[in-house]
Design a protein. Structure first.
Length: 395
């Protein structure tokens, strides 16, 4: 049936046929209106298309527009309904895509880590640095390192046949007290001070009951005398209360005593009880790193690393050889490289004075013709030409 017109009558066949023609005539007007609306709401898109829609189409395949670009009609219809933020984002992407390739290439070359407008840091740059052990000289093998280390010790044993602990003592108690007092001072100063201390307080029971002010006055020449007084009195009390006045002969009990660490414990074990131990003092630490026996800095780790290079039976004398060499020739600030007997085996040769005549002037103690550090040194030291240290107050 035919449709009714607004007046209630029926549309004629003529008016029905005219409807498609009217729609056809109105379609260009709708398209034009849609294009104007799209142009108003998406100005960024028109600017990004590169000299307008017509010029972008004329560019053809040579243009760098994305392959899957939407048809014009679809873009015209969807643009009015798309959010403004989305339209601007698409326009920015299109602008970057159709921009000059030279500028884009330059940006990527200069800043390869830049993505969009955010700067990212490569994972390998952000990763923490790994601690890598220093390689032995010439990339020597483990076996070669062991051979070189033991050869150095043999050479030092010939240079210092009289090597010994440089603290005067007659009992384990005297040695442990002297070792505690040797912190932040020389063994020579301790040896000049302890005779008066042990003459007045010969046993742990005596020192445990001592008047701190009187002990401080005796220990004043060693420096830090108040702290040292507290340590030796506390040490003596612990020996009396926990061990019956006797110095224990094992490291586990020794390190429980006030002021006693592993270094002091091994000095006592090795020299008062004959138990092997490595004494890692400042000289020992410096030299084993110069010789590249280890690159560790923690005393306990140095002890373990060096101990693995030598038989346990050699640990005590190894400590004496290294410490003697550090005090006499291989000094901290000015090593006497030109007078060093193990220079051919030392990776650090050249850090100090290499001229033989100048190096000789840097030698200390008996190597430089001066007295040693002990008031009562071993007979072997005296037989080798060593001179005992003068007592406190002597010229």
């Amino acid at each position: 049936m035919g449709e009714q017109d607004p007046g209630g009558g029926r549309k004629s066949s003529k008016s029905t046929k005219a409807a498609p023609e009217e729609a056809t005539r109105r379609q260009p007007a709708r398209k034009a209106a849609a294009k104007k609306t799209a142009a108003r709401k998406t100005p960024a898109k028109k600017a990004a298309a590169g000299e307008g829609v017509t010029s972008g189409t004329a560019a053809g395949k040579s243009a760098t527009t994305p392959k899957k670009a939407a048809p014009k009609k679809a873009a015209a219809k969807k643009a009015p309904t798309a959010p403004a933020k989305t339209a601007i984002k698409k326009a920015t992407v299109a602008k970057e895509a159709t921009g000059t390739r030279k500028a884009t290439g330059a940006r990527k070359t200069a800043h390869p880590e830049v993505v969009g407008e955010k700067t990212t840091v490569a994972v390998k740059d952000a990763a923490p640095a790994k601690t890598i052990a220093a390689k032995p000289p010439g990339n020597e093998s483990r076996a070669a390192l062991v051979r070189r280390a033991r050869r150095i010790d043999r050479e030092l044993a010939e240079v210092y046949p009289y090597a010994h602990p440089e603290l005067d003592f007659e009992s384990p108690f005297q040695l442990i007290v002297a070792t505690v007092l040797s912190a932040q001072t020389t063994d020579l100063r301790v040896n000049q001070t302890t005779p008066a201390l042990f003459a007045r307080y010969p046993a742990p029971e005596d020192l445990a009951a001592a008047n701190p002010e009187e002990v401080e006055e005796i220990l004043r020449p060693t420096g830090f005398f108040r702290a040292k007084t507290k340590s030796v009195i506390g040490l003596s009390k612990a020996l009396v209360e926990q061990f019956g006045g006797e110095v224990p002969d094992n490291v586990e009990d020794l390190v429980k005593l006030p002021g006693v660490g592993r270094k002091t414990a091994f000095v006592v074990l090795g020299n008062a009880f004959g138990h092997p131990g490595i004494t890692v003092d400042t000289h020992f630490q410096r030299l084993v790193r110069r010789w590249q026996w280890t690159d560790q800095t923690d005393p306990d780790k140095i002890e373990a690393a060096v101990g693995a290079l030598f038989p346990k039976s050699e640990w005590t004398m190894l400590s004496h050889h290294v410490i003697f060499h550090g005090r006499r020739i291989c000094h901290a600030r000015k090593p006497a490289c030109g007078a060093c007997p193990i220079a051919p085996l030392c990776p650090a040769y050249g850090e100090g004075e290499t001229d033989p005549e100048k190096a000789k002037k840097l030698l200390k103690y008996e190597k430089g013709g001066f007295p040693g550090q002990r008031l009562k040194p071993p007979q072997a030291y005296l037989d080798a030409g060593g001179k005992p240290a003068p007592p406190l107050g002597a010229g």
